[in-house]
Design a protein around this ligand. Structure first.
Ligand code: UD1
Length: 417
């Protein structure tokens, strides 16, 4: 198992490009199953989660090849009607193949998805939505048997919460249903808009993506297209946290500033200076951050749950007290005990976490247990007084493309062993 060795007291400087968004690439890969021909996906990050989705596509009969950040997916019909448990368990996004396979072939057998353990991650809203489109789904011992013997039929689907995954699954399935589907209280994340843009280029008729009501007029056929994945706003927020905690000045290129609308003000309130123009974000942190105001994670356009952990690491050495409220997942503070080993003064109570800034963190041996928690430990390690050894690097690699190399290109000393 690899480990990261992070030298402390680092200052970052210079410029770096941000990777393509994992949370866009994964749903688009699932949706590509529906688009016959040769799909070309640009700006597709090299990540273990992306590779896991490619393995599912190959298992189902597609040809997938990669050259640097370009993936070519050839789909000429699904040749299998099931996905083995071992492939389903690799990621949470594997569940998006359910909507795609129902729309493509009408029947599928698969097991429950895996993904990081950050709290209960049920799929009841995905199943409810797909059932409303006419799918017959039975669940037995963690296996799902799903059929749409008469095809899927458009419906009006109300989500009780704007679930990202459920919105994506329904959107993918509805794009080839008979008739019109309306999703009420749809998730509005930029990755939803990116998925809709890809599907629309393939010939789908999706209107309103990025808003609370999405209308999908089903079409008979989708044809492969070329698409460029949007930049990863969470990877950007992570680099901002790394720069903030080390009092650094960096520029992040290939960014969509509006996607960071809830993140930028939080750093500004802590004393950072941020300029975002022409796809480039220049970030300058003070020597020591002021305390963050209360940070509440929310569905987009609110503060993203995925950026909570790296930001929390930055709060550890800020001047004063910060309060975090995690509203999306109930078990998303697993990095806190590891940050405490490094000298952080943090208390959690249910969904609330109170961080009393300390003057310094100290290097320690710590263990990551989920993707964004791993990123938090890297950020903390960069500012610690001595060397930090981070285990559980495989979690980091689910979502960050060579973070250690990116940080080294900005002057840090991070090694993978
Ligand atoms: C969530 C995040 C997304 C992030 C991703 C990976 C939100 C709203 N969603 O998406 O931004 O990129 O994690 O970390 O911030 N739920 C159910 N039943 C369901 C589906 C969801 O109860 O069928 C609950 C979940 O337990 C969770 C909440 O709804 O508490 C949000 O879930 P959802 O948006 O679906 O999660 P992801 O799609 O994984």
């Amino acid at each position: 198992m690899s480990k990261l060795i992070v030298a402390g007291r680092q200052k970052l400087s210079g410029a770096t490009e941000i990777q393509g968004a994992k949370n866009s690439a994964l749903p688009i890969l699932a949706a590509s199953l529906l688009a016959k021909g040769e799909n070309v996906l640009y700006n597709c990050p090299v990540l273990s989660d992306v590779e896991a989705s490619c393995r599912v596509l190959r298992y189902l009969g597609c040809t997938v090849s990669r050259t640097a950040h370009t993936l070519v997916i050839k789909t000429d019909g699904v040749t299998r009607g099931e996905i083995p448990e071992e492939l389903m368990r690799k990621t949470r996004s594997s569940i998006l193949f359910l909507g795609a396979m129902l729309a493509a072939g009408g029947s599928v057998r698969l097991s429950l998805p895996g993904g990081c353990e950050i709290g209960r991650r049920p799929i009841d809203w995905h199943l409810k939505g797909l059932r409303e489109l006419g799918a017959l789904i039975t669940e037995r011992h963690g296996r799902l048997e799903c059929q749409a013997p008469y095809g899927l039929t458009g419906a009006r689907i109300s989500l009780s919460f704007p679930s990202v995954g459920a919105t994506e699954n329904i959107m993918i399935a509805a794009s080839k249903a008979n008739g019109t589907t309306t999703i009420i209280n749809a998730a509005r994340e930029p990755e939803i808009t990116d998925l809709a843009d890809y599907l629309n280029k393939c010939g789908a008729k999706i209107d309103g993506a990025g808003e609370g009501i999405v209308v999908i007029e089903g079409v008979k056929e989708l044809r492969a297209c070329s698409h460029t994945v949007i930049p990863d706003r969470i990877a950007a927020a992570t680099l901002m946290s790394c720069a903030a905690v080390t009092g650094s000045r960096i520029c992040i290129k290939n960014i969509i500033g509006s996607h960071l609308g809830a993140v930028i003000p939080v750093f500004e309130e802590a004393g950072c200076q941020i300029e975002c123009r022409d796809g480039e974000l220049c970030f300058a942190a003070p020597k020591r951050l002021k305390a963050f105001k209360t940070v509440r994670t929310m569905p987009y356009p609110g503060f993203p749950t995925d950026a909570q952990a790296p930001l929390l690491a930055a709060a550890c050495t800020a001047k004063g007290t910060a309060v975090f409220v995690e509203n999306i997942f109930e078990n998303r503070y697993r990095h806190v005990s590891e940050l405490a080993r490094m000298g952080a003064n943090i208390k959690t109570e249910g969904r609330v976490c109170v961080v009393e800034g300390v003057p310094a963190l100290y290097g320690a041996r710590v263990e990551a247990t989920d993707l964004r928690g791993a990123a938090a430990l890297v950020a903390a390690g960069l500012c610690a007084e001595s060397v930090t050894t981070i285990g559980g690097v495989q979690y980091l690699e689910r979502g960050y493309e060579s973070l250690e190399q990116t940080l080294c290109s900005l002057g840090a000393n991070v090694k993978k062993i």
